[in-house]
Design a protein around this ligand. Structure first.
Ligand code: SF4
Ligand code: SF4
Length: 373
């Protein structure tokens, strides 16, 4: 049986603004029945890197928090620290970045709790016994929550083609050690035709990119590289490469296994909301936001992370693309926008493997709420 995925588009008018539509989305998808009074409710979100502007608008988050509080729950916003040395690599910088981006209590009406603690080492081990990992290491605080609401800004992603709900849970909530374990086979390399301009050196927070003797060519020190992928789009000459085929497929499978640890083994009940707007060509971990590659599409809600990501990917592909953006040629509805930007990435791996290990189903029924009324 297909999993239901509820959908509203982003259109609004006098007497029916986006808040009214989100309220209807929650009602139709039975959010009220999902939560229980007194629940300590983890609201997973990406607060955006300092300088990024594509993340979910804090005013919308406030509205969602207000809806959750109506049912006497105790929601808190959460994420785990990033692996790379950006503004969110430890909890103090992470919280300051979140507040700077508008996620202050006075705006969103909920406290912020960093799930893996001050330095990303507050982790809970969960045994999973799957192909890549015997156990996963997740940020502890989310493991102690009663339920989770997973708010995802759906966008393109430089390592997985797109970043959706599966990645938001599996990568987003892993502790530092967990993130490192997932990235471990992803060290990029610099090709021989590097022109030694030095631009890439300042992108690597781990100091792993170095210049050879005589400054003839940059190279990556594999011992220092943490596989975060931050340098991949830094080279103006496109000389930084990744071993795409096997490593990127494995990376997606590893993310699924981490999500499995929390959702299937820990059995954390979760309700997913995907926002397909400001559809940027790279993830919100970058300190900038490029223009959207499609018009704003809508907001989806589901209890199935595979179904909601499959539906989101299909909606993006079936949307027209916008010229003058990072898209190269896939402007027609039906063109694969993700493969246009990342031709080496088979983004379907995360959906196929997620389904295989029991995260959810790829088959979905899209329920367009306002077309039904
Ligand atoms: S070399 Fe690239 S992938 Fe490796 S740590 Fe530096 S930025 Fe990350
Ligand atoms: S930015 Fe590119 S060309 Fe310049 S040093 Fe780095 S890899 Fe070489």
């Amino acid at each position: 049986m297909p999993s239901p995925v509820y959908f509203i588009n982003m259109r609004a008018r006098q007497g029916l603004n986006l808040f009214d539509k989100i309220e209807r989305l929650f009602k139709k998808s039975s959010l009220k029945q999902f939560v229980t009074g007194g629940d300590l409710l983890a609201v997973k979100i990406h607060f955006g890197e300092d300088g990024n502007l594509s993340y979910i608008h804090p005013r919308i988050v406030r509205f969602i928090i207000e809806q959750l509080k109506k049912y006497n729950t105790k929601p808190f916003l959460t994420d785990a620290n990033s692996l790379y040395a950006g503004s969110r690599g430890e909890a103090v910088g992470h919280l300051q970045t979140a507040i700077g981006n508008g996620f202050d209590y006075s705006v969103v009406g909920a406290p912020l709790i960093i799930s893996d603690g001050l330095r990303g080492s507050t982790a809970t081990k969960i045994e999973i016994n799957l192909n890549h990992f015997k156990e996963v290491m997740l940020g502890s605080e989310v493991c102690h929550a009663d339920k989770m609401i997973c708010l995802t800004h759906f966008k393109c992603h430089e390592l997985t083609g797109f970043g959706g709900a599966i990645k938001n849970v599996g990568m987003g909530l892993a502790s530092r050690a967990g993130k490192l374990a997932m990235h471990s086979t992803l060290n990029p390399y610099i090709s021989e035709d590097c022109v030694a301009c030095g631009v890439c050196l300042k992108y690597c927070g781990s100091g792993a990119i170095k210049m050879s003797e005589g400054e003839k060519k940059a190279y990556i020190d594999d011992k220092a590289c943490i596989g975060c992928g931050e340098c991949l789009i830094s080279c103006p000459q496109h000389r930084i490469k990744i071993r795409w085929n096997e490593s990127v497929a494995n990376f997606q499978e590893k993310i699924c296994e981490y999500a499995y640890g929390l959702l299937v083994k820990r059995k954390l009940p979760c309700y997913y909301v995907n926002f397909i707007n400001n559809l940027s060509p790279v993830c919100d971990c970058y300190p900038y936001s490029d223009t959207a590659i499609t018009p704003d599409i809508g907001i989806l809600a589901s209890y199935d992370p595979v179904a909601i990501d499959q539906a989101s990917a299909d909606l993006v592909i079936n949307s027209p693309g916008i010229k003058g953006t990072a898209l190269n040629k896939s402007f027609a509805p039906g063109d694969d926008k993700f493969r246009d930007i990342y031709p080496h990435i088979d983004w379907e791996v995360q959906l196929a493997y997620g389904e295989k290990i029991g995260l959810g189903r790829r088959q979905y029924q899209l329920i367009n709420i306002f077309s039904e009324e």
